[in-house]
Design a protein around this ligand. Structure first.
Ligand SMILES: [Fe+2]
Length: 292
């Protein structure tokens, strides 16, 4: 529960506020970009909601904040119904789970409803609401884990749904009882339309999931930089920068239109434009000594 006595000083005055427990994970800025902004160390309210849409988006951010750092000065009657917005539809049979976990530093997770078995990509908080929603959508058969940082409450989901966890050998220490272990650096087809692609760099055993040659669940390998309007990679936390560049090059061989990351902005572009954006990212990395 956010504390109005601990508001960050940057909030504009009004109903919504962020308090000092914020970990600057970006969840609120993804869900309500017209309300929340980043000062480099934490999020704050830069514009109080004026419309019903802005209010609903701010309330979605409030319920999904991993640290409960967003509050309102008065109790909202909408709060009970706002939970029903999650999982939030993205495209086709892919949804964003919301309710990011502090265990994964607010990493995003996704749900794929598929006739041959449903997939969870990384893990949200283990909440009765999400459990009930997943049951209503047919349960969970596979849980794909991009890397060790974003496992969240995956053990609880795996146990509740008897789901098979998929993780690379190099990240297995974080989920040692995982049922499917990816080896080496070659892409692996788990089911038709689902390809796990090892992308070492951010971490030694980081993998991304390509679904339907349309959706790339990119974990912490890459995301869309909403300020520079280009694909970007993490620069502060990484295992090996040269491998990170090579993993970006590897993705040039694959078709996808969506990049759905663990952190940072998701993006949809036509496949040819997405490939060009990835090529541009590789070029930017090639001129940096550390990535050669
Ligand atoms: Fe990470």
């Amino acid at each position: 529960m956010a504390n109005p006595d601990k508001m960050v000083p940057d909030n504009v005055s009004g109903e919504f506020f962020v308090d000092t427990t914020c970990i600057d994970c970006d969840t609120c800025r993804q869900l309500a970009p017209d309300v929340f902004a980043d000062n480099g160390e934490y999020s704050y309210v830069y514009h109080q909601p004026l419309t019903q849409l802005e209010t609903s988006e701010a309330l979605r951010a409030l319920v999904c904040c991993p640290t409960g750092s967003i509050g309102t000065l008065h109790k909202s009657t909408e709060l009970k119904t706002i939970y029903q917005d999650f999982p939030m539809h993205i495209d086709g049979n892919v949804s964003y789970c919301g309710f990011t976990s502090p265990k994964s530093y607010g990493g995003s997770s996704y749900f794929i409803q598929h006739p041959e078995g449903n997939w969870l990509v990384d893990s949200p908080k283990f909440l009765p609401h999400l459990v009930n929603q997943f049951i209503a959508m047919g349960g969970i058969d596979y849980i794909f884990l991009t890397h060790s940082d974003d496992v969240g409450d995956v053990d609880k989901y795996a146990k509740r749904f008897n789901a098979k966890r998929i993780i690379h050998r190099e990240e297995l220490w974080s989920q040692p009882e995982s049922e499917i272990v990816i080896e080496g650096e070659d892409p692996v087809s788990i089911e038709p339309e689902f390809v796990v692609i090892p992308t070492p760099g951010h971490s030694r055993g980081h993998c991304v999931l390509l679904y339907k040659n349309r959706f790339l669940f990119s974990g912490d390998h890459c995301w869309w930089d909403r300020d520079k309007l280009q694909l970007a990679i993490p620069t502060h936390y990484y295992w090996n920068k040269r491998e990170q560049r090579r993993s970006c090059e590897k993705l040039l061989k694959f078709d996808f239109a969506w990049v759905l990351p663990g952190h940072g902005q998701r993006i949809f572009l036509p496949i040819t434009q997405m490939r060009q954006e990835m090529a541009n990212l590789v070029k930017r990395l090639e001129i940096l000594q550390a990535y050669r």
